[in-house]
Design a protein around this ligand. Structure first.
Ligand SMILES: Nc1ncnc2c1ncn2[C@@H]1O[C@H](COP(=O)(O)OP(=O)(O)O)[C@@H](O)[C@H]1O
Ligand SMILES: O=C(OP(=O)(O)O)[C@H](O)COP(=O)(O)O
Length: 403
C-alpha cells in the first residue's frame, strides 16, 4: 500500500525533523485543543520513546488572519497529549532555533515557531525551489532524517512540506501513513447506491474546484457554510457577500464564481442549496429567513435553516455513502449548530458508509456527544482528503514517495 518509508524504517538515535499539522481553531486568542493534537501525539511519543531527538515544525492560520498566532500554546497542549515536556522556541531557523536544536538530548522534544512566520514557507512553488530556500538549506544540516506526519497539509507545496524531503532521508509519520491508506482505499471504493457529499466550511476555494472532479463519483451535493452561500449568490440571491468585518466571501467569489456558475449549469440537478438560513437577531437569538425572502446584502448568515436540515435529512438516510467536508454553520456556537449536528446525527443513525473530514468538523462529533464509532472514517484532513477522493495525488505525499 504505502510506497513511502515509515517510522519502521528509521535507524536508531537520529536527529529527526518532523512536520505536523497542528492548525487549530483559535477563539479569543486561545488555541483550541482538537483531534490533530491527539493523533500527532502518537507519532511524537513513538519517536521520543525510541530515543531520537525530535524537532517539530507546524503552521497556524494564514498571515493576516486572526488565527495567525505563535505556536507557544500548541507546545503545551501537545505536551499534555504526549505526556512528556515539549520545549518551544519562538524562532523558525535563526540562531535561537539552532541553539535550541543543538542543546537537545536523546528523547527530547522541541517545537519551532509557526512555519508561516518564515518568509520562505509560502507561497506555493515547486519542491526544488522550496528545497533551495534559506529556511531548508539552514535547518537540514542539523538533522539525519525528516518525517512528514502532516497529511492534512500535504496538498500545499510549502517549504516545510516539500523542501526538506529533497535534502534529507524522508519518512511518513503514523498519521500520514494511516490517513493516506484510509483515504486512498476510499478513493477506489465503488458504491451501488446513492453517494452524497455534504460541503461546507470556510475554505470554499478548496472544495469548489474539487466538486468539478467529483461529479462522476458523487450523485448529490448538499451545500452549506461559505461555499453554500456562494452558490446561492450565483443563483441570484443576496447572500454570500462580506458584511461588517467579514472577509470570507468576496475574494473566494472572485476566484470561483465562474466555476460555480458552470457547475450550476452543468450539474445543477446534483446540487442542493439551502432554502432557508439562520442569523443572530437583535435579541442575540437564532432567527431564520427563507432564502427567497432575502432582499438586502446586510446580514451574516451563520447556519442553514431548519427547513433545509429537514430537506437534507432524508437524502442522507437514503444514501449508501456520505462524505462530509466542512461544517454547515458556526457549530462552535450552539445556536448555529443545527445544520452540522443534524447532518452528522442522520449519518450516525444510519448504517451508510461515511467519512467526515475538515480540521474543525471532526471536532463537532465529540462536542455534541456523538461517537467516532458511528462513522466509517473520521479524517483530521479537509482539503487533502477530498482531493484524495478524486484520485489526485498530493504533492507532500509525492515527494515522500520519490525519496
Ligand atoms: N456560515 C458560516 N459562517 C461562519 N463560519 C462558518 C459558517 N459555516 C461554517 N463555518 C465555520 O467553518 C468551520 C469549518 O471548518 P472545517 O470543517 O475545518 O472546514 P474548512 O477547512 O473549510 O474551514 C467551522 O469552524 C465553522 O464555524
Ligand atoms: O487545516 C488545514 O486544512 P483543512 O481545513 O482543509 O483541513 C491545513 O492545515 C491546511 O491549512 P491551509 O488551508 O491554511 O493551507
Amino acid at each position: 500500500m504505502s510506497t513511502f518509508k515509515t517510522l519502521d524504517d528509521l535507524e536508531a538515535d537520529q536527529r529527526v525533523l518532523v512536520r505536523l499539522d497542528l492548525n487549530s481553531p483559535v477563539e479569543d486568542g486561545e488555541v483550541q485543543d482538537n483531534r490533530r493534537f491527539e493523533r500527532h501525539a502518537e507519532t511524537v511519543s513513538e519517536l521520543a520513546e525510541a530515543g531520537h531527538r525530535v524537532v517539530l515544525m507546524a503552521h497556524q492560520g494564514r498571515p493576516g488572519g486572526d488565527d495567525f498566532v505563535s505556536l507557544e500554546q500548541h507546545a503545551s497542549i501537545l505536551a499534555d497529549h504526549v505526556g512528556h515536556d515539549v520545549g518551544f522556541v519562538a524562532d523558525t531557523f535563526g540562531d535561537d532555533a539552532i541553539d535550541a536544536i543543538e542543546s537537545l538530548s536523546a528523547g527530547n522534544i522541541l517545537l519551532l515557531e509557526n512555519t508561516r512566520m518564515c518568509d520562505d514557507e509560502l507561497p506555493e512553488e515547486d519542491p526544488e525551489v522550496k528545497a533551495d530556500t534559506a529556511f531548508v538549506q539552514t535547518l537540514a544540516p542539523y538533522f539525519d532524517a525528516y518525517v512528514n506526519d502532516a497529511y492534512s497539509a500535504a496538498h500545499r507545496s510549502h517549504a516545510s512540506l516539500v523542501g526538506f524531503p529533497l535534502e534529507l532521508p524522508a519518512y511518513a509519520g503514523r498519521v500520514m501513513q494511516t490517513e493516506y491508506e484510509a483515504n486512498s482505499a476510499i478513493a477506489t471504493r465503488e458504491f451501488d447506491g446513492q453517494v452524497t457529499m455534504v460541503v461546507g466550511g470556510t475554505k470554499a476555494t478548496d472544495v469548489i474546484d474539487v466538486m468539478n472532479n467529483l461529479g462522476e463519483k458523487v450523485d448529490r451535493f448538499l451545500l452549506g457554510g461559505i461555499a453554500g452561500e456562494l452558490f446561492l449568490r450565483a443563483a441570484g440571491h443576496d447572500v454570500g457577500y462580506d458584511v461588517g468585518g467579514m472577509d470570507l466571501f468576496d475574494d473566494q467569489w472572485e476566484a470561483n464564481h465562474e466555476t460555480i456558475e458552470s457547475l450550476i449549469e452543468e450539474r445543477g440537478d446534483q446540487i442542493t442549496l439551502a432554502v432557508d438560513l439562520a442569523y443572530e437577531d437583535e435579541a442575540d437569538e437564532r432567527a431564520e429567513i427563507a432564502v427567497e425572502d432575502i432582499d438586502e446584502k446586510d446580514r451574516a448568515y451563520l447556519d442553514i435553516g431548519t427547513d433545509t436540515v429537514e430537506a437534507y435529512d432524508p437524502v442522507i438516510r437514503d444514501s449508501e455513502a456520505v462524505f462530509v467536508k466542512g461544517a454547515l454553520g458556526l457549530f462552535e456556537d450552539e445556536r448555529f449548530s443545527e445544520g452540522t449536528v443534524g447532518v452528522l446525527r442522520a449519518i450516525a443513525e444510519t448504517d451508510c458508509f461515511s467519512v467526515v473530514g475538515g480540521g474543525d468538523t471532526s471536532r463537532a462529533i465529540e462536542m455534541y456527544g456523538m461517537s467516532e464509532d458511528d462513522f466509517g472514517h473520521v479524517s483530521i484532513a479537509g482539503g487533502a482528503y477530498i482531493r484524495a477522493l478524486t484520485g489526485a495525488s498530493l504533492v507532500g505525499v509525492e515527494v515522500l514517495q520519490d525519496n
